[in-house]
Design a protein around this ligand. Structure first.
Ligand code: NAG
Length: 226
């Protein structure tokens, strides 16, 4: 490597260190649920129907919900990927630093199935157990995620929940033909109490009109123009 290449690599690394966190640069529309600072999510769950197949194949993508640490570097997410040709369900843990991605075993899913994801805190083991369950087949998959400590040696606090459509299409026909997915029966406990959190909506990449909209305190609708 010449020095220019080394400098470029160092700069790329710096960019990674400063910019790499959620909301990630491949998210489209999303909603965020929060509660007063300092509280912790102790349980969360949501259901949704697997969207219609995309008309144009090839895009790896997923609607999902997940909970995240205050610093936006640790994501625990029941996901519903379309691998470019078919839907499936699983749970995933993504840690930005040091980077670590874990996927559970997958379960079958097809358009119209209802998936039910849950995330539950266990204080004794300082971990979360997350599950993804297909209500049509009864098949489920799960994963235990230990809570990472911060640089002061304290366990990180998971204090917000996302509902997200992720991965940016080249053409909008790569998104599901139904143009929507409704997350419903959303329940979020903070410090052991079922609460009505504060919801906000936003988007990262502005593509195919992909947006999140709060239907009511327990439902979030993601829509797009396929
Ligand atoms: C919220 O909206 C969903 C989806 O339209 C509906 O099924 C549910 O009954 C609504 N809940 C309340 C509390 O209004």
């Amino acid at each position: 490597m010449n020095t220019l290449v080394i400098a470029a690599a160092a700069m790329a690394m710096l960019a990674t260190l400063t910019l790499a966190q959620d909301p990630a640069n491949e998210w489209l529309g999303y909603a965020t649920a929060t509660y007063p600072q300092g509280t912790k999510i102790t349980r969360a769950e949501a259901k949704w129907q697997v969207p219609a197949d995309p008309k144009v194949p090839g895009l790896f993508q997923s609607p999902w919900f997940g909970i995240e640490s205050t610093d936006n570097l640790n994501l625990i997410q029941p996901v519903n990927p379309w691998d470019g040709a078919r839907w499936y369900g699983m749970t995933e843990y993504f840690q930005w630093s040091p980077e670590n991605n874990r996927d559970s075993q997958t379960i079958e899913a097809r358009a119209g199935d209802t998936l039910h994801g849950t995330v539950v805190y266990d204080e004794a083991t300082q971990s979360y157990t997350q599950t993804q369950n297909n209500l049509r087949t009864g098949q489920s998959t799960s994963m235990v995620v230990p809570i990472q400590k911060d640089s002061n040696g304290n366990y990180k606090n998971y204090d917000h929940l996302w509902v997200v459509y992720e991965k940016v299409p080249i053409v909008c026909g790569q998104l599901p033909a139904s143009g929507k997915v409704l997350f419903f029966d959303i329940e979020i406990e903070f410090d052991g109490k079922l609460v009505t959190p504060e919801w906000t909506t936003a988007f990262v990449v502005d593509k195919c009109d992909n947006r999140a909209q709060l239907v009511n305190s327990t439902s979030v609708l993601l829509t797009w123009n396929p």
